[in-house]
Ligand binder design. Sequence first.
Ligand code: NAD
Length: 478
Amino acid sequence: MDIRNEYRLFVDGNQVESVTGGRLSIVNPSTETELTTVAAGDSRDVDRAVAAARETLADWRSRPPAERAELLADVADRIRAARTELANLETLDTGKPRSQALADVDGCARAFEYYAGIADKIHGDSIPLGEEYVDYTVREPLGVTAQIIPWNYPIGIFGRSVAPALAAGNTAVVKPAEEAPLSSVRVAEIAADAGLPNGVLNVVPGRGDEAGAALSSHPDVDGVSFTGSVETGRQVGKAAMEHLAHVHLELGGKSPLVVFGDADLDAAIESAVAGLFTSNAGQICSGASRLLVHEDVHDAVVEQLAARVESLTVGPGMDDPDVGPLISADQLDRVASYVDAGRREYGAPLIGGVPDWTGYFVEPTIFDDVDHDSRLAQEEIFGPVLVVTTFADETEAIELTNDVDYGLVAGVFTEDLRRAHRFARDVHAGQIYVNEWFVGGIETPFGGYDNSGVGREKGLSAIENYTQKKNVGININR
Ligand code: NAD
C-alpha cells in the first residue's frame, strides 16, 4: 500500500522533523488500527514555516503571472498522475469510500487547474476622474497566508484553499487536521517536484491548539483561511484579528432539502441520498441533513427514501462501499449521542442506528416527524443521520428553512419556477440549489450566512479573498 512508516512536516521545500520530535498517531477509521505517524508541529515549527514563506514571498509575487500559472497547471497534472496513490492515502486516512476519495483528488487537481487559468487574469480597473487625472487600481497579494483545514475533505479543501492563494502571488502555510494530514503533506511534495520554489507552500501538521493556534495568531501571517467548526472558527477569527490579518471562515451547516408536492420525487430522493449518506458518510458541511417535505407527499417520499437507503452498502473505505466509517472514535461518540437522543425522543429510527462493529461505523439513519425545535433538527450532527419534518405551505417551508443558526446551503425541489425563484430570494443561505443538490464546483462561490461563516471560497471570490486592492491616483497636469 502507498503508506510510509512515518510522515514529516514540509517546510521550505524539505521534509523535516518537528522541533520537539513529537508525533501524532494516524488511525485507519475502518479498522481502528494505527496506519502511520506524522510529525507534530508546534509554535516553533510554525515560526520556521512562516519565516520560509516570508523569505520567498518577494520572489514569488514578482514572478510573471504566466509563470505562476504554468507551475500550478503542472501541479494539477502531477496530482492527476498520482491519482491512485493519493486516493488510497485519503481513503486509508479518512475512511471514506475509495471512489469518493478519487473524486476528491480530481477536485484538488481541478482547483489547481482552475486557478492556474486565473493567475494571469488578476487585474484592476481604471477609474475616470476627469482629464487632469489618471486613476487605477492594482490587485496585490496579501503576503504570507495560512490555511487551516479540517479532516472531512482534506485534499479537496487543501486544493480550493491553497491554489487561489498561490495563483494570486501569496505564499502559504497549511495546518491540516490532526486526524487526516497525510494528503496535505504529499501534495506539497508533489508541488515541489513540479518546481514550486522552496518556501512557497509549507505544511505543518500538528494539534489545533498548538500548531493551529500558533498559525492563526502569528503576527507575520497576513491572511487566514479557516475551514472547520463554528467554535474553532470564532477562536481563529479573534486570533487573526488581534494582528489585523485578513480572515475568512468556512464553518458548519444544517442545510434543508425542501420537497414540494409538485416535485420530481425520484430526483429529490436521489439528491437526499447523494446530499448526505453517500457524501463522506454525512460528514460534509454542505450536507442535506434536514429533509423538509410537503405533507401531501411525505408518506411517498419517506417510504421510497427508506427503501433506497436500505440498499446502501456500509463498510471499509478500501472496499468502496456507499458509506464508509466516521473519522474517529470521538466523532462516532458524538454522532451516536444524537442517535441516542433521537431514540429517546422519537423511538427507533425509521432505518439505521449504530452497529457494534470494528471501525467507527454509523449506518445511514433516518428519524421521521422530528420536531423542528429539537436538538436533532437544529444542531449539526456531521454524520449519516437525516431528520425529516413536514410543512404545509411555502411560507412554512421558508420559515423552517431559515429558522436555524446556520445558512450554508438550501435546496428546493419543485416544478414551479416562480416558487423556486421566491425560495432563492427569501432563503438566508450562501448557496441555493434548485432540483439538484451540489450544483456547481470550483467555479461557484461557496460560503455561509450567519454561523456558517464569513467570506467566500472558490470561484473568482477566492481571488478577492487573497488579494487587496491598491488605488493609484495621479495628477497628470503637475
Ligand atoms: P475543527 O474546527 O475542530 O478543526 C478544523 C481545523 O482547525 C483543524 O485543522 C484543527 O486542528 C484546527 N484547530 C483546532 N483548534 C484550533 C485552534 N484553537 N486554533 C487554530 N486551529 C485550530 O473542525 P473539524 O472537526 O475538523 O471539522 C468539522 C467541522 O468543519 C464541521 O463543523 C463542518 O461543518 C466544518 N466544515 C466546514 C466546511 C465549509 O466549507 N463550510 C467544510 C468542511 C468542514
